[in-house]
Design a protein around this ligand. Sequence first.
Ligand code: ADP
Length: 789
Amino acid sequence: MPEPRDLPIAAAPPPAVIPPHVPVVALADLVMFPKISVPLLLTDPQAQEAVTTAQAAGQIVAFITVKKARPDKKAQPDDMYDVGTACRVREAMKLPDDTMRLLVEGLERVRVSQVVAVGGHLEADVAAWPAPQSAKNDRVEAEMYSVVNQFKEAVSLGAPVPFDVMLVVMNLTDPWQLADLIALNMDFRADEKQAILEAKTTEEKLEKTGLAVARQNKVLKLSRKIQDDTGKELGKMEREMFLREQLKSIEKELGTVGGKSEFDELGAKIEAAGMPDKVKATATKELARLQAMPSFSPEISYVRTYLDWLVGLPWNKKTASEIDIAKAGKILDDDHYGLEKVKERILDYLAVQKLVGRVRGPILCFAGPPGTGKTSIGKSIARSLGRKFVRISLGGVRDEAEIRGFRRTYVGALPGRIIQGIAEAGTKNPVFMLDEIDKLGNDFRGDPSAALLEALDPEQNNEFSDHYLESPFDLSDVLFITTANLLDTVPAPLRDRMEVIEFPGYTEDEKFHIAKGYLIPKAVEANGLAGKKLTFTDNAVRTVIRSWTREAGVRNLERELSTVCRKIARQVAEGKRGHFAVGISDLAKYLGPERFHAAGSEKRDEVGVVTGLAWTEAGGEILRIEAAIMPGSGQLILTGNLGKIMQESAQAAFSYARARSKELGVKVPFHKTSDIHVHVPQGAIPKDGPSAGVAMALALASLVSGRAIRHDVAMTGEVTLRGKVLEIGGVKEKVLAAHRAGMHTVILPKENERDIAEIPKEVRKALRFVYARTMDDVMKTAMMPRAKS
Ligand code: ADP
């Protein structure tokens, strides 16, 4: 489509020379006449293309009416009358809704000899056929007089004719122009107008016009009668017929090209959509409003979009869904390795739903780091229940309207994400996953969690109200599942309604099995390598896990494995045959240099450098903490994007180190003469929470005492001013992270000893755990003896 552009109006158009071959715009219900300018709206691409073609060459287009419009509105060469009007396109502008607004000046009547399709539009051979130059005679005078009188009568009966047209008609002396102007402005049928255009003589022209005006007057009188006789008995059918006629004529009057069948279609869709009665009544009313709107009204597209939404929603459409616990169990097992506890909990949940009969009770919430299979388990649940699966992300949603829709009075309003999800599912009972519920915002624009609560609450979601729809939608058959990385930020009222199922990170061994059993077969299939001989050695898989990824889930692992498959697919495509065995030595070739070194981030024992453990959205992570001392005035400088709580915890660690400086063997009053800088690298990642307290206190103690810290010891715990070590959360994820990073010893608060039971056996075996009550315990484990100097 060409860019919209405004054409300058030619100052004084030269007398029209009609080229012998011109582009054609096919008109459905409208006839163009010579010497009259008309604004037009073109909706169909065929017509628009013809106009654009004409713009490139002389601006002349033949407007030819079709004998009968086709349902697809695409006119064929045979459909045309063989008389039309050559017009000059004076202005053409593409509107944002893809319609084209034109100002067209009728030039000359033309005979059409051959219509052909060229590209996406029609073109025709035409020859000018001007009106005969006959002198006026008495008969013509009399007929003109009669036509003008009939026209006046029409106006007095309420024919919607603009005042200025009326004035011109009364004063015209040219019979051809008179007839044309009346024909264009009155509600004639297309065939009547065409007959007027095609008249061979002046007498014939006026006679045809007179007949058409007379018929029109009959309709107008009938309309009067209907209006006057509302009290009297009048068949509903007749009335409706009349109203329709009137609507149609309004449309014609305003230059709508085609369009009626669209309304019929919409009407049929409304019938078929299975809407509740109330909604159907609204839709029918809106459709009537739409039909009555003039075609240039900007509201048309809003109302149409609204109706499209209404008819597109699955008001009554469900997939047959039955809860078969054994089948569900099998599907969950088929699709996923491990996750035993998760699967157990899900089957329990489904069993309860089965007994209760429908979705009731708490909403499931899958909580865990990315790539731990939350989405994929959701899909399997949908599959096992025979339901559709949809997923929307709530990340960054701050506005209630994004959940519940914008009111229709806003430009560009749309339904909220819930209704959009339902429309996408196409059924009213999908498994509906709401991702990242922990990233939901909340500010002055309203609280999205309130809207969510209403959507999720089985007690009230059978009448979920979306601002855009303005009609309640029944969400009670939807099986909602939410997901979160961390639960801390989930608004409490929401959390109360959810049954949390934790997806912990995977151990290296689990990842290995997931890769072998699921990720590799999937990647092989996805890259078109099914049936080709491609194997990964076990060592290669483990090496990818260890040296190319460091994550709680398997998302990057999946990516790396499919990178390898993609590269092999390329070799196959280039003609390489045989068996592809991917071993450790091939990895660098496919994946580039190793990204992580298994032995932890630090290889040497250093003063002031400690390995802490953090629990983030991505699961557990190791956290390097560095402290440095320099001459100064006793300030504590903290860098590395630390949250408020973490800063306070660093202050506490600092005070602890100061308070204990004597025991630590520090002679100088460092808190007066030195500045201390604590830095936690990877500054872009925000870090917060008290659980790095122990690690920071240890870094400071190491710094002031000059004793190095063992590089293979990782720790977590909150510290008090007096050096007591307090309980923290996320033990399992943190321990897994320490294991991934190749640590040998993990220091945990004594109170967290009980959490160890949750940690997979292989990990427990590989690590040494030290449970600390005080900083002294920590120092004993992690500090090297004082270097003898
Ligand atoms: P999440 O939604 O938790 O971020 P996904 O469900 O998108 O994670 O999982 C990422 C990929 O890892 C998916 O392809 C998924 O099938 C796969 N995956 C995760 N856990 C397992 C598992 N236990 N068994 C098999 N495949 C898994």
